[in-house]
Design a protein around this ligand. Structure first.
Ligand SMILES: Nc1ncnc2c1ncn2[C@@H]1O[C@H](COP(=O)(O)OP(=O)(O)OP(=O)(O)O)[C@@H](O)[C@H]1O
Ligand SMILES: [Mg+2]
Length: 262
């Protein structure tokens, strides 16, 4: 349920960003409150992943204007690691492989960094294994994946599931999932969606970047946004996603022609 008086967790104002001196984001506005699920849709190349990476603090992107406030704090002045520690999570569209780093150890270090930030005790190897086993159940993942290097040789769907496992351990305040549904088989999609729903609470928020209604059939968004040419061109409720399924994105060109993109 949406409470319009719920605290704002993430406030994006007129955000502009470039990569390699190429402007990509042209003034993004987005307000995310506690308890909300948002979906961002839009054509290939419209800037969705760029937005997620700028929010996470990816060093390849330069913010050229605007502001991002996370729970009242200036997010843009923080290092990516610090953003993660205070509860911002990004599930990558293309999760990276980290050969030579055990998945279990990686998850333990990340989880402990987050716990430390919240004033909780650090978990030793044994305590962490207990925790990770409860979280593996959320994504119905085989414990064998813990023994392997992070994402190395994981199938596309296994990488996406591993992202949700990370999320289940880190218990983020704002989770951004960039096309976590792409490449998942039908059963895995249900499992991942179930995991996201299970982790959603009145105190956190989720931003789903997706191309498909099939994900939103399983995770009902409170707000749906359409990105185009580096801005949010239209926002609405769940019905907007259904409408996109019917009419596609042809209307975007007309609307962009009417609004000057600066
Ligand atoms: N280094 C770069 N130099 C020039 N253009 C870039 C660079 N990196 C990204 N872009 C461009 O930025 C635009 C936005 O890319 P982005 O990945 O954010 O799109 P997207 O909305 O996530 O698309 P998709 O739905 O395909 O994932 C694209 O046109 C892309 O080619
Ligand atoms: Mg993308």
């Amino acid at each position: 349920m949406i409470r319009s008086d719920a605290p704002v967790l993430l406030e994006v104002r007129d955000l502009r960003a470039s990569v390699d001196d190429q402007p990509i984001l042209h003034g993004v506005n987005l307000t995310i409150r506690a308890g909300e699920i948002h979906a961002v849709m839009g054509r290939n190349g419209s800037g969705k992943s760029t937005l997620s990476k700028v929010l996470a603090g990816h060093p390849a992107y330069t913010v050229t204007g605007g502001s991002v406030t996370y729970r009242g704090q200036d997010l843009l002045e923080l290092e990516p690691e610090q953003r993660a520690r205070i509860g911002l999570f990004l599930g990558f569209q293309y999760p990276v492989e980290i050969p030579g780093v055990s998945n279990l150890e990686f998850l333990r270090v990340a989880t402990n960094a987050r716990r430390q930030e919240r004033g909780e005790t650090e978990l030793d190897t044994f305590a962490f294994e207990d925790l990770v086993n409860t979280r593996l159940a959320v994504v119905q993942m085989d414990p064998a994946f813990l023994e392997r290097s992070v994402n190395e040789g994981f199938s596309g769907g296994e990488k996406k599931r591993n992202e949700i496992l990370q999320m289940a351990l880190l218990e983020p305040v704002v989770a951004i999932l960039d096309e976590t549904d792409s490449g998942l088989d039908i059963d895995a999609l249900r499992i991942v969606a179930g995991g996201v729903n299970q982790l959603a609470s009145p105190d956190n928020a989720t931003l789903l970047i997706t191309h498909y209604q099939r994900l939103l059939d399983l995770i009902t968004p409170d707000h749906v946004h359409v990105m185009a040419a580096g801005r949010i061109l239209r926002s609405g409720g769940p019905e907007l996603a259904h409408e996109l399924e019917r009419i596609g994105y042809d209307w975007v060109d007309q609307e962009l022609a009417l609004t000057e993109v600066g």
